[in-house]
Design a protein around this ligand. Sequence first.
Ligand SMILES: NC(=O)c1ccc[n+]([C@@H]2O[C@H](COP(=O)([O-])OP(=O)(O)OC[C@H]3O[C@@H](n4cnc5c(N)ncnc54)[C@H](O)[C@@H]3O)[C@@H](O)[C@H]2O)c1
Length: 316
Amino acid sequence: MKILITGGAGFIGSNLAKKLIDRGDEVVMVDNFNDYYDPQLKEDRIKKFLKGYDFKLYRGDIRDYDLLKEIFKKEKLDKVMHFAAMAGVRNSLEDPFLYEEVNIRGTLNLLDLAAKHKIKNFVFASSSSIYAQNKKVPFSEEDRVDHPISPYAATKKSKELMAHVYSHLYGLNVTGLRYFTVYGPWGRPDMSYFKFADKMRKEQPIDVYNRGKMSRNFTYIDDIVSGTIKALDNPARYSIMNIGGDREETLMRFIDVLEESLGTKAKKNMLPMQPGDVKSTVADISKLRALGWAPTTRIEEGLKNFADWYKEYYKD
Ligand SMILES: NC(=O)c1ccc[n+]([C@@H]2O[C@H](COP(=O)([O-])OP(=O)(O)OC[C@H]3O[C@@H](n4cnc5c(N)ncnc54)[C@H](O)[C@@H]3O)[C@@H](O)[C@H]2O)c1
């Protein structure tokens, strides 16, 4: 299979590329290497993490319809995995227009070309943030998600809606996966666990909201990759699925294990709950499980792998 991965230099995209190339798929990537976080990390994912791997990389923007048109025409793709996005809830409040352009317009460009080129399966990244202040746990795909509370979450909801339109009108197979807090080596520096590690390295205190009593489904990158590939291999006319770990962990426990893995104790600012923060973000993953997938990595193993990578990457 020849597969286009958008956001191929990103955390999830680069890990997917590695797995797909390993199993014999042909991979084409597009990424604009923007500076939302250190672009050197993106370069290193390509040059170091994917060293020795064979793939084609287009340095370009998914907002550029003509570029994408050329890629689809030239590459004769079978499937698309759409992971390029402006990620990050908080940053979307700073620049909602950019989030709208990249996440909505960029996705529309790709859906349109995927339909025109009769792509066999279009898998894209949605997000658990779409559940906003959902009170009912675990979060199910059947729950109503009509009240997003950030521009980022609203763009993810829009992607799901637009994907439905293309599935309905043009028979495009689409699956949207709602990711729950992904962590691991080569991860994203804007995410809490990575920022905690940075602060611990610099001996600065970390802010722990609600005294660490929030619970989350932290999901290790290898489990994310195997689940995402399950969706890729099982095309559906239109499907939305949660993808998250199967153990509810408190933030405090997560920090304890991170400290052990890094071999450092964090100075902690214990703070009350932040307005708008959610106490529990836990996924119902039965839908993806029905395809034969199960997350297998405990945080003890996952954070150890992250810490080993982190210490090596930032050793100088
Ligand atoms: N990591 C998580 O915990 C998580 C949780 C929920 C959803 N997601 C979603 O999964 C997807 C991948 O996330 P990630 O964690 O790998 O993030 P990431 O930021 O590491 O990867 C996204 C990649 O897309 C690229 N990109 C951004 N805008 C682009 C544009 N206009 N044109 C071309 N490339 C562009 C970036 O340069 C980056 O390399 C995103 O859609 C994100 O919203 C991730």
